[in-house]
Write a protein that binds this ligand. Structure first.
Ligand SMILES: [Ca+2]
Ligand SMILES: [Ca+2]
Ligand SMILES: [Ca+2]
Length: 150
């Protein structure tokens, strides 16, 4: 097993979708293995919501336990928190992890999430790293598996 670490830095120039105030953006990180035959879902994680902020700074770290980077796709969806109605979409991007050559040293990634002609594009800024972690590899106790409470 390995561990994918996603450091969500910030977003910039997000579109506004609220009438009297600015958008209240949060980021939903979805991880999926996009296979030829059958896709494998590795779930999603959500950032906090930043109230009335089109340039939200998060500084939040998320980890996913995954067996490999092969065919892995990280989808970032940015949405506006709207109580009482469906959350508006503010932007999204798909990042193919296999092509990046990730290592344990965090790699800075910036992607367009909302393409604009006149104004600046909406962007997301992340740092991604991946480490292959051996399970239960503490000393030479072969045959003994560490139990981890979740
Ligand atoms: Ca809205
Ligand atoms: Ca708002
Ligand atoms: Ca809102």
């Amino acid at each position: 097993m390995g561990v994918l670490t996603v450091f969500l830095d910030k977003c910039t120039n997000l579109p506004n979708s609220d009438l009297m105030t600015a958008s209240d953006p949060y980021v939903r990180l979805e991880l999926e293995q996009d296979n030829w035959t059958k896709d494998v879902d590795y779930g999603y994680q959500k950032s906090t919501t930043k109230q009335d902020d089109l340039n939200p700074v998060y500084g939040e770290t998320f980890t996913f336990n995954i067996p490999t980077l092969d065919n892995m796709v990280l989808t970032c969806k940015i949405k506006d928190d709207d109580t009482g109605s469906f959350d508006d979409k503010l932007g999204w991007c798909k990042i193919k992890l296999e092509e990046l050559g990730l290592s344990e040293t965090p790699m800075e990634i910036e992607r367009v999430v909302d393409r604009n002609v006149i104004t600046a594009n909406g962007m997301i800024f992340l740092k991604l790293s991946y480490s292959e972690k051996e399970q239960g590899a503490a000393g030479g106790n072969s045959g003994v598996t560490d139990e981890v409470d979740v």
